[in-house]
Design a protein around this ligand. Sequence first.
Ligand SMILES: NC(=O)c1ccc[n+]([C@@H]2O[C@H](COP(=O)([O-])OP(=O)(O)OC[C@H]3O[C@@H](n4cnc5c(N)ncnc54)[C@H](OP(=O)(O)O)[C@@H]3O)[C@@H](O)[C@H]2O)c1
Length: 339
Amino acid sequence: MKALVCEAYGPIANLAVKDIPSPVPGPKQLLIEVRSAAVNFPDALMVQGLYQVKPPLPFTPGAEIAGVVKAVGAEVKHYKPGDRVIALTSTGGFAEECLADMARAMPLPAGMDFDAGAALVLTYCTSLHGLKDCGHLKAGETLVVLGAAGGVGISAIEIGKAMGARVIAAASSDDKLALCRKVGADETVNYNTENLKDRINELTSGRGADVVYDPVGGPYTEPAVRALAWRGRLLIIGFAAGEIPKIPLNLALLKERSLVGVYWGDSVKHDPAGHLANLHQLHEWFAAGKIRPVVSERYPLARAAEAVASIANRQVKGKIVVVPGATMGPAGCVDALAE
Ligand SMILES: NC(=O)c1ccc[n+]([C@@H]2O[C@H](COP(=O)([O-])OP(=O)(O)OC[C@H]3O[C@@H](n4cnc5c(N)ncnc54)[C@H](OP(=O)(O)O)[C@@H]3O)[C@@H](O)[C@H]2O)c1
């Protein structure tokens, strides 16, 4: 089968699609035919050796997929070949077939297509866990989302609205902000052309924001903290800008603000029941049309390295997915699907 392979940590351009043996499921694993695999920022960090998890080489990136079960291990009871599933794989997803532990798979909900299934779990679970469990966002509060047109950003806008907050989306271009409005943002800030702190204060009549959701870091975090209201909460999601900011702690003292870390992957291990409850909530919101992953581009497997590069280069709006069953047209884009 074909798979995107990382043979050495280094430039994304070194990734190549190769023929490798089909994986064989262990007793508690599923072998899944991948129909769609979401591209996430950590995929780009991982292949460069810049992520906290460093898989043994060679490996295939791709952390979340949706597809059809092809075979199951001897101890798997709740899945059978032909079932449509979503799975978190950590690695292995950018391939025609991949393995998933049965504990990290779930049925694809009715009415959800493979692209939405692949693009849902990591980003939306992170945002729900961050906003509800870590940020204690309440209806009527003001939420500012940085990097708001990115993968976790779009999910934070939609979930913030579903929780009853007023949402201010902040991003680097008017184009990206137009998408944020489309998915429900009430107000927008272009932090390339506007002063982030002043604009948030202006939009909140000087009071400041109750919660800031920050997947970006770099130069954006400190002005956002300065624009937090009394007892406001900064949710530390990630550092897509590449720099971990150093915040003067007097900013926390002065208004009893909280700086709160969010690590969804580990939170699932510490609170599996809470994670299940959050998944149910997301399925309910999906069925009610309140959340809807925005898949802006679909790449055939042959262009998977390009997909990983585009997320590292700040080019992606919403989510992009790799579709192994897609073929390339003359212009090099997806023009036909196998199914
Ligand atoms: N804590 C957790 O549990 C958790 C879970 C999932 C993801 N994350 C982290 O969250 C971050 C965002 O993930 P994502 O999937 O949403 O990524 P994404 O889709 O690429 O979005 C990241 C956004 O960051 C902004 N950005 C600013 N400077 C950038 C730069 N130099 N390079 C790339 N982007 C830059 C971009 O928005 P503008 O151009 O508008 O600034 C971009 O849309 C990553 O650091 C990821 O590791 C954390």
